[in-house]
Design a protein. Sequence first.
Lengths: 191, 102
Amino acid sequence: METILFNLFAALAVLSALLVVVNPLSRNPVTSAMFLVTTMISISGLFVLLNAYFLAAVQILVYAGAVMVLFLFVIMLLDVEETARRKLRVVSLTMGLLSVAALFGVYKSSLETTYEKDLGSFEIDGFRSEHFESVSSIGEKESFVTVGSTQALGQELFSSVNGFILPFEIVSILLLVAMIGVILLSKKELK
Amino acid sequence: MIEPTLSHYLLVSGALFSIGLLGVIVRRNLLIIYMSLELMLNSANVALVAMSRFNGNLDGQVMVFFIITVAAAEVAVGLALIVALYRKRQTTEVEDLASMKL
């Protein structure tokens, strides 16, 4: 069941990501935005398969909700008329495709050499296998089930010993700064 | 059928990242370049969550939490910049935005 769902979500994510970037039927930014929403939702499905339930919910709320609405709002605001299809420069297209394919090839081959025995057996060097065993000694299933629950994530985030309270507060300031910056940027007269 | 392992998730993440990079290189509409950037950020999130799941360590998920927050702020600022630029130049094609002078 998990395998079927993984295949479904992974294929959907990659396919709609491709349609965001190189849609043969439409150059309209709105179409791209809609396919980006599909990608985000499939990625949140992948998060659920990885037991990251809270992040899956946040992914849908923030990305598929807030960010994409912002994108669509700006697209409508700019009212970009469908420009006459500019001719794609063949050189830049082929060079881009080639370089990205080369990068992906390097990544894939490095993955294959790293996880030769296809994971599970994490015993590539001493440290890793040791770490993995300490995890599995707790009881693989149980620790994996609790990992990623909202409660566990909150305890990790706000624990007083080695939590992330200070980064959390700094991020809130960052959000405030971004808000002020956006208001300043979108004033009528840009000085 | 085999169970999906860490390497499968990393492969999906790499594919998404490559597609996003392709979009940044090939497309010339500012808005679509920006969407491709979002795609690349999300592929990194997938890799982090997969690592955290298969190592039994929650730190990766905390990092994704922060990445999502920062990405939301970044989108707001970037789109405001695009709107301001469009007011001045009446275009979102990067080819028409070749000079830095407003």
